[in-house]
Write a protein that binds this ligand. Structure first.
Ligand code: NAD
Ligand code: MG
Length: 396
């Protein structure tokens, strides 16, 4: 490779951010860190800066920025600290940047991710909420700028690997019948329904196969994560919701499959470790070592599959309905879910109330067209306000 690829990692202190930096550190001949960002745990951001020596670091507010800047100077680093969403957009779109890793959680990642899209960068997308909120506008912006959008979500990266290179022509044109999106079923796959009323945030975050941030862990427990991923898959692969089938596969070894009209079904397998999709997307179309151990099929011994139970997991149904309704529905779904998950993590509501909040919020507001980003944020704001009202009326 002729020169080092400059990489910005948004959400560097999080689970995906740290896995990304682990892969990058294995390949100093290929990648150089341009910018790292964090929102909390800023002492960890400092340690990451010392380790990776980025040109820029971004933090949420100016007092934190001054403190980090002082600490960086004391450590002998020339890293410049920027502040807030403006700083995030700047390090996403900077002329020097080749690749932007979107690993912020939630709606907060939308504007910075779109900044990289508009600047025509290579974008490694973990922040599914950004795409779910703004799907059509996001994909239009990708086409307009010529940005290269590569999925980090393990399922979507698996689908990407199983698709023919020219899938953008349309699924029916390339002989794809459907996408089989696998799901572990999370920690509550077999928990008696009545017990779900009493599960704690820590139980919800104890995922059987993956170690992840708390928001996506709760989403995995409610299967809203799979619902968001269904919407994500529709946008990434230009699929209709009825072309994406969710398959529960508790071992999380098959990361998803593509079903072709000739009866061939291609799957991508691997140990459940985000460094595999990260390395795949970073080096695409080449392959690099990720640090992940080889898959040992003899230890795994068996692979199981079952159909999802929408009574147990109403969030999956709500997401499918939002995918079918399109327009403002996915942004409202996502916003209501973010508020509900935060309330559950703060122990303000019980686990099954996450779905109740979302269902009630979506039932209160008509679906409207979203022709610009302003309309997306309007839908987001409205759903958050309705969810907060629900909490004030009904919590606990
Ligand atoms: P995490 O909570 O571990 O990390 C989130 C990162 O975003 C942190 O660096 C945090 O400081 C930053 N952040 C949080 N709120 C912010 C805000 N308002 N403004 C700016 N930065 C903010 O989360 P994660 O598990 O790494 O997940 C990140 C994203 O990747 C999510 O969208 C998630 O759905 C997706 N994802 C994660 C995994 C996984 O294995 N963890 C797998 C697939 C997809
Ligand atoms: Mg996933």
């Amino acid at each position: 490779m002729s020169r080092l690829q400059q990489v910005t990692v948004l959400g560097a202190t999080g689970s995906v951010g740290l896995s990304t930096l682990d892969v990058i550190a294995r390949h100093p001949d290929r990648y150089q860190v341009f910018a790292l960002t964090g929102f909390t745990r800023l002492s960890e951001l400092l340690a990451l800066c010392v380790r990776h020596v980025p040109r820029f670091a971004v933090v949420p507010e100016s007092l934190a920025a001054r403190n980090l800047q002082d600490d960086l100077r004391a450590a002998g680093l020339a890293t410049q600290v920027l502040v807030g969403e403006e700083g995030l957009c700047q390090v996403s779109a900077a002329a020097e940047v080749d690749t932007m890793v979107a690993a912020i959680v939630g709606a907060a990642g939308l504007r910075p991710t779109l900044a990289a899209v508009d600047a025509g960068k290579k974008i490694l997308l973990a922040n599914k909420e950004a795409l779910v909120m703004s799907g059509a506008l996001f994909m239009q912006a990708v086409r307009k700028s010529g940005a290269v959008l590569l999925p980090l979500d393990s399922e979507h990266n698996a689908i990407f690997q199983c698709m023919p290179g020219d899938f953008a022509r349309g699924l029916s044109q390339v002989g794809v019948r459907r996408i089989l999106l696998t799901a572990s079923g999370g920690p509550f796959r077999q928990t008696p329904l009545a017990e779900l009323e009493r599960v704690s945030p820590d139980q919800a975050c104890a995922h059987p196969n993956w170690s992840m941030g708390r928001k996506i862990s709760v989403d995995s427990a409610s299967m809203m994560n799979k619902g968001l991923e269904l919407i994500e898959a529709c946008w990434l692969f230009d699929a209709r919701p009825d072309q994406v089938e969710v398959v529960i596969h508790p071992q999380s070894v098959i990361h998803s499959l593509v079903d072709y009209v000739d009866g061939s079904v291609l799957a991508q397998l691997g140990n459940p470790d985000m460094r595999t999709p990260i390395a795949n997307a970073l080096a695409w179309p080449e392959r690099i070592d990720s640090g992940v151990a080889p898959l040992d099929l003899f230890t795994i011994a068996r692979l199981d599959f079952e159909a999802p139970d929408e009574q147990r997991f109403p969030c999956l149904r709500l997401a499918r309905e939002a995918a079918e309704a399109g327009n403002s529905a996915p942004a409202m779904l996502n916003a209501a879910n973010e508020v509900a998950v935060a309330a559950f993590l703060e122990r303000r509501i019980r686990f099954p109330q996450i779905a109740s909040i979302i269902e009630d919020v979506l039932g209160l507001e008509p679906v409207v067209a979203v022709n610009d980003l302003g309309a997306v944020f309007e839908a987001d704001t409205k759903a958050r306000a309705l969810a907060e009202q629900w909490l004030n009326r009904n919590a606990r």
